[in-house]
Design a protein around this ligand. Structure first.
Ligand code: GP9
Ligand code: MN
Length: 414
């Protein structure tokens, strides 16, 4: 009932680390594009194989935008859709199943709904797959999306597709054209696809040679990552060419891992070290970028953070007070008080001081087990309560009782 939500709001207030005051509202009224980088893990950034960069464009982009190198995915079984859920809601995905399927009819307080209602933004998602994949066509109206550009809205042919559908390079090009035609300001999410298991690529798109570990998944992965990198380069060029770059906040995040632990042997060959439990946790880092209008100088931020923090960070840039307009389990990453803390959906905790996973403690730098140690009680409580409260909100549809009401979009997508 509503008293349960009041208790959760108290917990959130107690863990509110505030916002960055200088950045508050600094980009009010600007467009926002949030790009989901399929299966992109952070270990590829800055790494060379056989003398060649895997992500030459993104490596350059770290020099002209905010780049977070200790940023973690927090997804569960819902994969891409869980990452989307985290990004828009600052709630955790479910412990099992996919919230996009199980609770699409709930009341939410999502970024698109907030921006639409408070600031008259046009809101959309662009993804060239069947509209009902991950039940997206049912979920998006509940999050407040005006429009879902799906497979039927893109020009797709045999020559321009591979694996799951339209190749990223063609996708980003058409996506930018759609943005040009949209009402402004907009909040758009784009979901890329080509760097998806099993990482298939046509020879004509192969820009670096496959690896030779003998593990096909790992050997192919770097080549589709390279292709994704090239597609993002094309995306940024198109944004510039079509006049959108200088009035749009561009946010990009890796959605989840691409290489599971079944490939540890090949991964240890690539990284030149054993995949210990601590290393496995660190492999859950995904790249996270924010480029703000007019930014020319980059900054690498080492803060330990996660997908849960994206929504309050964006809202602060646009002049919303995150915790006055919605319920958020994350905090503005730019806040000077933001804690180095992230909890995964499985209860793993990462801070700047320790990694806690499988009920064991590890040194985050050396990976050595910290025998006999436990996380501070308040960290454990924060982690457990966050996951538990977030679950309650979803399972009991508690945002029905939230003081600010957001209308569902009355859209039906073709
Ligand atoms: C499907 C795409 C991939 O539309 O988003 O989903 P995933 O398998 O990564 O969850
Ligand atoms: Mn995915």
């Amino acid at each position: 009932d509503d008293s349960e939500l009041a208790g959760i709001e108290n917990f959130i207030r107690a863990n509110d680390t505030g916002v960055n005051a200088q950045l508050h509202g600094k980009y009010k009224g600007k467009n926002v594009v949030v790009v989901s980088l399929e299966s992109l893990q952070n270990f590829v950034i800055g790494r060379k194989i056989n003398g060649q960069e895997i992500t030459p464009f993104l490596n350059k982009f770290t020099k002209e935008s905010y780049y977070f190198d200790n940023f973690y995915h927090q997804t569960g079984q819902g994969k891409t859709s869980d990452a989307e859920f985290l990004i828009d809601n600052s709630l955790f995905p479910l412990d099992r199943g996919a919230v996009y399927f199980t609770n699409s009819g709930n009341t939410f307080t999502a970024t698109p709904a907030i921006l639409k209602q408070d600031q008259n933004y046009y809101t959309s998602v662009m993804h060239s797959n069947n509209k009902s994949f991950w039940n997206r066509d049912m979920m998006y109206p509940s999050l407040g999306y005006d429009r879902y550009y799906n497979e039927v809205d893109f020009k797709v042919s045999a020559a321009t597709s591979i694996g799951w559908g339209l190749k990223d390079k063609y996708f980003v090009e058409q996506a930018v054209d759609k943005m040009v035609a949209e009402p402004k300001p907009f909040y758009n999410r784009m979901i890329t696809l080509t760097n998806h298991y099993p990482f298939e690529l046509n020879d004509e798109d192969l820009m670096i040679p496959r690896l030779k570990t003998g593990d096909q998944t790992v050997d192919n992965y770097v080549t589709t990552v390279r292709y994704l990198d090239e597609s993002i380069k094309h995306f940024i060029e198109e944004m510039k060419a079509k006049g959108l770059y200088n009035n749009t906040i561009i946010v990009m995040y890796g959605d989840h891992y691409g290489i599971s632990e079944n490939h540890n042997r090949a991964m240890s060959e690539v990284l030149g070290q054993d995949i210990t439990p601590a290393e496995h946790v660190k492999l859950q880092k995904v790249p996270f970028f924010i480029h703000v209008p007019g930014q020319t100088k980059g900054e690498t931020i080492h803060k330990v953070a996660g997908q849960i923090d994206v929504k309050p960070t964006i809202l602060n840039l646009l002049g919303e007070d995150p915790n006055k307009t919605s319920i958020n389990f994350g905090n503005d990453i730019f806040s000077p008080k933001h804690k180095n803390f992230v909890v995964f959906r499985d209860g793993t905790i990462v801070t700047d001081k320790y990694i806690y996973t499988g009920e064991k403690m590890y040194d985050p730098n050396t990976g050595e087990e910290l025998k006999g140690q436990k996380p501070p009680k308040e960290d454990l409580a924060k982690a457990n309560k966050s996951l538990e409260y977030s679950n309650s909100i979803i399972y009991k549809d508690l945002l029905r009782f939230y003081e600010v009401k957001y209308k569902k979009a009355d859209t039906k997508f073709e």
